[in-house]
Design a protein around this ligand. Structure first.
Ligand SMILES: Cc1cc2nc3c(=O)[nH]c(=O)nc-3n(C[C@H](O)[C@H](O)[C@H](O)COP(=O)(O)O)c2cc1C
Length: 160
């Protein structure tokens, strides 16, 4: 099974996590700036990653290259999403980018996998929270770096 991890990153955290996830799954990590629609369509499991910036915005390279995702045929494809955020400084828009990517791929018919439980986080609102669950893996390297390894391991272990 081929795994493609497509990410955007300003300061490198998301890039580092994307590379780790790709390595663990024997897949490839690709910056959205360099990705083509074919890259997204070819993978059996497509993993998307973005930090949240502004207050509740996608990382800017995702915004600039959203056509790559919008043009992809994702009907029925397994898609998993992860995001980086800072729940202490931005508790009212924690990891919203995960929710933004979720809405985009669901609208294209993707089958989103890798939901997680919100226990262990402290925030007031997240667009990634739907019906009591996160629609992806949320990581907070700013406040909870010690939890990242276990969260990644559990998430990867639960992916189909
Ligand atoms: C200007 C600025 C705005 C941010 N806005 C948010 C936000 O709205 N929500 C959130 O959860 N994290 C926010 N963050 C935290 C980043 O998403 C977090 O530090 C992330 O790990 C950065 O990822 P990167 O190194 O891949 O760019 C913000 C950080 C900065 C510097």
């Amino acid at each position: 099974m081929s795994v493609m991890v497509v990410y955007g990153s300003d300061q490198g955290c998301t890039r580092g996590i994307a590379n780790r996830i790709a390595k663990t799954l024997n897949g490839k990590a690709l910056d959205i700036k360099k990705a083509r629609t074919d890259d997204l369509e070819a993978a059996h499991l497509l993993i998307l990653g973005s930090p949240t910036y502004g207050c509740g915005d996608l990382q800017s390279d995702w915004e600039d290259h959203m056509a790559v995702l919008d043009n992809a045929k994702l009907d029925g494809k397994h898609v998993a999403i992860f995001g980086m955020g800072d729940q202490m400084t931005y508790p009212e828009c924690f990891c919203d980018a995960v929710g933004i990517l979720y809405d985009r791929v669901v609208a294209k018919g993707a089958r989103v996998v890798g939901f997680t439980e919100p226990e262990g986080y402290d925030f007031s609102y997240s667009a990634a929270l739907r019906d009591g669950r996160f629609v992806g893996l949320l990581l907070d390297e700013d406040n909870q770096p010690g939890l990242t390894d276990d969260r990644i391991e559990a998430w990867i272990g639960a992916l189909p």
